[in-house]
Design a protein around this ligand. Structure first.
Ligand SMILES: *Cc1c(COP(=O)(O)O)cnc(C)c1O
Length: 415
């Protein structure tokens, strides 16, 4: 199993501080694990995790090489599938999600592809929430169909629709909660029960919440997907992803795809994400607090017609905040007067907020979904998904909220 792979060239020094999850005493808190788990200190005594910039690893003898390749002996072989820096990131993220196993990937999309390749075969069906990251929809509809894997879609929060749409070939239920951009949520505990009642797996893309706010595996999900590119990095530097779950599904099936097909995370990126995880909880709480403040301010702006934010009591699934996710998160959407022209005026009047579709950064970003992330949908498809022409999505960064408000007020005041 992957999380047990150990490098023979790294040893713990005698005064090693909390180097591996099993050494932590007795059950350390989330923030402690985010900072300490996964680092096996080398004989150099380094304090910060080292970057193992090496493509391969050497063996002491022909017999040792043979034992490693056959799987008889644990240890590093080649960085497509064994690298100590990547492993440290995997162990740390697995610990934060409450999982046995994690496989790091080159991107969030690489994580979704490796999961589908590892767990599905021709004739299987995916049942997915309709509101989905654009490239995920593309992967399901354009590419997986070529291999005989079809996907059907249901409205995210409608549990009856999920259950009714499961057929004999459905193998995997896939969702993001909260969704992008309307922050719709689904009750994960109930969705997991539905999945298991029909012998399906529940896969949750936990990109918006991260384990600091929501741990789907504890609610019954089988697999968690991450785009590490977003909040796990937290400062918009690297592209990466991860699949988190148990030793069989993730440690064997998904790991097998990674080992063979190679959508692997680089050691440098793993190191950046390790540093990101150290401040994850602090940042997620700060993003949430900023977003909550901004959402309240937006609701009293005359040019704003509607605000979508899970942390507000007027959100249709607000009850799930507290029940399954710790706070509202850092992302909100709002509809302005004047349709597309109004929305574009707000975007073009900003001087600080970044006009980009990325999210999960210290820098606040603004997106007009109807003409960017959801621009490939027909007007009818957009309308049925609730993406109005006047809708804007803001991923609230960590700047002073007053400055974010001033930057938005400039465009709003003219509407
Ligand atoms: C960005 C994103 C992805 C894809 O991740 P990449 O790292 O860009 O490949 C998947 N799901 C969600 C919800 C995302 O926001």
């Amino acid at each position: 199993m992957r999380t047990r792979l150990r490098s023979t060239s790294t040893t713990q020094s005698d005064d090693a501080d909390l180097s591996a999850p099993e050494d932590l005493d007795p059950t350390p808190g989330f923030a402690t694990r985010a900072i300490r788990t996964g680092h096996l200190r080398t004989p150099e005594g380094e304090h910060s995790e080292p970057i193992f910039a090496t493509s391969s690893f050497v063996f002491a003898s022909a017999a040792e090489a043979a034992a490693r390749f056959s799987g008889e002996a644990e240890g590093n072989i080649y960085s497509r599938f064994t690298n100590p820096t990547v492993r440290a990131f995997e162990q740390r993220l697995a610990s934060l999600e409450g999982a046995d196993c994690c496989v790091a990937t080159a991107s969030g999309m690489g994580a979704i592809l490796a999961t589908c390749m590892g767990l599905l075969k021709t004739g299987d069906r995916i049942l997915s929430s309709r509101s989905l990251f654009g490239s995920t929809t593309m992967l399901f509809n354009k590419y997986l169909t070529r291999f005989g894997i079809q996907t059907s879609y249901v409205p995210l929060s409608d549990l009856d629709a999920w259950e009714a749409a499961i057929d004999a070939d459905t193998r995997l239920l896939f969702c993001e909660t909260p969704s992008n951009p309307l922050t719709e949520m689904v009750d994960l505990r109930q969705l997991a029960e539905i999945a298991h009642r029909h012998a399906c797996l529940l896969v949750v893309d936990n990109c918006f919440c991260t384990p600091a706010l929501q741990r789907p595996l504890e609610l019954g999900a089988d697999i968690v997907i991450h785009s590490a590119t977003k909040y796990l990095d937290g400062q918009g530097r690297c592209v990466g992803g991860a699949v988190v779950g148990d030793a069989k599904l993730v440690g064997e099936e998904v790991f097998g795809v990674l080992r063979t097909a190679g959508p692997t995370m680089s050691s440098f990126n793993a190191w950046v994400f390790l540093k990101g995880l150290e401040t994850l909880e602090l940042r997620m709480l700060a993003h949430s607090q900023g977003a909550a403040q901004l959402a309240d301010w937006l609701t009293v702006q005359p040019a704003v017609e509607r605000v979508y934010y899970p942390g507000r009591s007027d959100h249709p699934q607000h009850a799930l905040v507290g029940q399954q996710q710790r706070s509202g998160g850092g992302i909100l959407a709002f509809e302005v007067r004047g349709g597309q022209a109004g929305a574009w005026q707000v975007v073009d009047s900003t001087r600080m907020i970044s006009i980009t579709a990325n999210l999960g950064d210290t820098k606040t970003t603004i997106t007009h979904p109807a003409t960017t992330t959801h621009g490939r949908l027909s007007p009818e498809e957009r309308a049925s998904a609730g993406i109005a022409d006047g809708l804007l999505r803001v991923a609230v960064g960590l700047e002073d909220v007053g400055d974010i408000q001033k930057d938005l007020a400039r465009g709003l005041s003219g509407l």
